[in-house]
Design a protein around this ligand. Structure first.
Ligand code: SF4
Length: 332
């Protein structure tokens, strides 16, 4: 097989049994230290040009996984591959050439932009660090980026507080695409914005994906937004992926009991033959990642749990074309 063919079919990003654990407790004694199982055994592939939507309740580990994927966090176990290259244990220095290809947009644009610096300067920063462009070329590139994301040329001289939330997110996006990345991890990019502004930012992201050939990992707790933008969906519960597959299939016929409950809560226009779509209400709280339940992690809240679920952890298994479900008894 030629290199070109191999590259076409190779995932741009892949995780193999990825794990992230945090140790919390006192600094002064090993006793009392506890482990947070934030990301547990996550295996995912992301193909070039697609949008993988990552959904799940807040606190399920989505944002921790996102930070592991761009190596803002060190990884505790498993592997992370970018275009087939294992980048799991690479040092900050070794990661430097990759930084320009792998970018992240954060939920709260105000928190990710230094309030004391002009936004033109903030967008120019990655160009100064990662390229050898002259000052004049950097100014030209910044002007071009402002135009691409729908900001005015004179906005470069303003400070972050002089912008609306939507405009600040446009600045965050300009910064993320400044170095022509291949993959952008978007961590709740529209959650802090008004609904009308959300639509503008989602449209901008879709335009940029088409024009620049970007690959996205789109994290959100608003399933309607994720459905609109995603090619595939991965559903996360307590640090693990419980279902993954083509977006429309997962949304129309979820197979994991947790996906079914999550998706049943999304308001829809269409109804079932009975006239309404049945909402599945889960009882109980999400268990603590400090002390995850044995067996299937969802069993304390699962409406169809059986004895086997309490002791035997289900591995993700193929379920129809292109779909995987981690459940002993998947149904649609
Ligand atoms: Fe429910 Fe058992 Fe499936 Fe877990 S493995 S989701 S407890 S049926």
């Amino acid at each position: 097989m030629s290199d070109a063919m191999t590259n076409t079919h190779r995932p741009i990003l892949e995780t193999r049994s990825l794990m992230k654990r945090f140790s919390i407790g006192t600094r002064f004694s090993a006793e009392g230290r506890r482990t947070v199982h934030a990301v547990d055994n996550v295996s995912l592939t992301v193909q070039r040009g697609e949008t993988l939507g990552l959904v799940g309740e807040s606190g399920c580990g989505k944002s921790t996984l996102a930070r592991c994927l761009v190596r803002l966090y060190d990884i505790t176990g498993g592997q992370l591959l970018f275009e087939g290259e294992d980048i799991t244990g690479k040092s900050l220095n070794e990661l430097r050439p990759l930084r320009r290809r792998l970018q992240m947009v954060f939920q709260d644009p105000s928190a990710s932009l230094n309030p004391r610096r002009r936004v033109g300067d903030l967008v120019a920063e990655p160009l100064r660090i990662h390229t050898k462009l002259s000052s004049a070329d950097i100014d030209r590139r910044v002007a071009e980026l402002f135009e691409i994301v729908g900001l005015l040329p004179d906005h470069v001289a303003r400070y972050p507080h002089e912008f609306s939330g939507g405009q600040r997110q446009r600045v965050g996006i300009a910064r993320a695409i400044a170095l022509n990345p291949d993959l952008v991890v978007l961590d709740e990019p529209v959650s802090a914005l008004d609904v009308s502004v959300q639509a503008q930012i989602v449209n901008l992201l879709a335009d940029l994906q088409e024009k620049l050939g970007l690959t996205y990992i789109f994290i959100a707790h608003d399933l309607s937004v994720v459905r609109q933008v995603s090619t595939r969906i991965a559903v996360m519960y307590l640090g693990s992926i419980v279902e993954e597959g083509p977006a429309e299939e997962v949304f129309s016929t979820p197979a994991h009991p947790y996906s079914q409950a999550l998706i049943s809560a999304v308001p829809v226009v269409e109804t079932t033959s009975a006239g309404t779509r049945r909402r599945i209400l889960l009882t109980g709280d999400v268990p603590s990642p400090l002390n995850p339940p044995p067996g299937c992690r969802f069993h304390p809240r699962c409406p169809i749990a059986e004895d086997r679920c309490r002791t035997e952890r289900p591995e993700p298994k193929p379920f129809g074309a292109g779909r995987k479900v981690a459940c002993h008894f998947p149904t649609i």
